[in-house]
Design a binder for this molecule. Structure first.
Ligand code: ADP
Ligand code: MG
Length: 309
């Protein structure tokens, strides 16, 4: 059996709640995820690993803000590329180490990945994704004036820059990723949802959701299964309420209905369910959302919420 799968790692694969991004913490967390990936590889899966980059992009943006004013600032697409290298390295190296520990070699490689978005995506006229630092109202006004940033008051207090979150349409490196992964290389790709570029290859200052981008990639490479690993055991109804219950399975049609009724919040479980549903509807194959700590069972469809046709 050699099944090609896409495994999307959530933020907790790199940084756990309460951690601040110390490299030792990151190595420890990533090594756990890498062990699960190596285990799945040895069981015969051929694997593409994707991941988020929110805290790491935020870190780089903040670091640039502390440079003297005369030093140039890099654009968001370049920041995305930096995080793909950074996290790709952590994952790739951790896979090599986890494999060596078992006395085997598992080839792993990271692909700098661009994701195509449409210039006419409505998200460009309604930036909604907060990134980087929190500012005071005066600072926010100044940055809006000097840099043309769109600033918005944040729920947690203060102001943050918001950027558009357009829908991913295509992954430029998909054929390369498919060839590598099916050839037996664990391939790390679409980090942070990919670097957004328009149809005419213009890089844009935007953030693409990593689950939606991973879903597009999973369809393009004709993956057998799409796995989303996060920090909860799956999809819950009435999440956080006394009536909360975890779902073992969910049909794509029911999932879509719940999405349309606004059951899942836009910044967290919403895009995961949507990403899973789109994969299932288009391929007739299954997707699963589950806890990173149960990764092997989730990959084998023995844990988590299975979204099925
Ligand atoms: P990731 O970094 O893995 O993408 P997110 O924080 O974006 O993680 O999304 C996972 C979070 O979604 C969970 O920690 C949980 O708090 C939240 N969540 C919101 N609604 C639900 C729901 N209906 N079922 C499960 N989790 C939910
Ligand atoms: Mg998320």
């Amino acid at each position: 059996m050699e099944e090609l799968i896409v495994v999307a790692l959530g933020g907790n694969a790199i940084l756990r709640k309460g951690e601040r991004g110390d490299p030792r913490e990151a190595w420890r967390n990533v090594s756990r995820a890498a062990e699960a990936i190596v285990e799945a590889y040895l069981r015969g899966y051929r694997i593409v690993v994707t991941h988020g980059n929110g805290p790491q992009a935020g870190y780089l943006l903040e670091a640039m803000e502390s440079l003297p004013p005369e030093r140039p600032r890099q654009t968001l697409d370049i920041v995305d590329a930096m995080t793909q290298g950074w996290l790709g390295y952590l994952i790739q190296h951790s896979i090599t180490i986890a494999a060596r520990r078992r006395g085997v070699e598992v080839p792993a490689a990271t692909i700098v990945t661009r994701v195509v978005v449409s210039r006419s995506d409505p998200a460009f006229s309604n930036p909604s994704k907060p990134i980087g630092f929190y500012y005071t109202e005066e600072e926010a006004k100044r940055l809006a004036r000097e840099r043309g940033w769109v600033m918005r008051r944040d729920a947690r207090g203060g102001y943050r820059r918001v950027v558009p979150s357009p829908r991913p349409l295509d992954v430029l490196e998909a054929p390369i990723i498919k060839a590598l992964a099916s050839g037996g290389v664990v391939t790390i790709a679409v980090g942070g949802g990919g670097i957004p570029v328009t149809e005419d290859l213009e890089p844009v200052e935007a953030v693409v959701d990593k689950d939606l981008a991973s879903s597009v990639l999973a369809r393009l490479i004709e993956a057998e299964r799409f796995i989303i690993l996060t920090d909860v055991p799956g999809v819950a109804l009435d999440f956080g309420k006394p009536t909360q219950r975890w779902l073992a399975r969910l049909s794509a049609r029911d999932a879509r209905r719940l999405l349309e009724r606004g059951y899942f919040p836009p910044g967290s479980m919403g895009p995961k369910v949507e990403a899973a549903v789109e994969f299932v509807e288009e391929t007739g194959r299954r997707a699963v959302i589950g806890h990173l700590d149960e990764a092997i069972d989730v990959i084998n469809l023995e844990s988590g919420t299975i979204i099925e046709p």
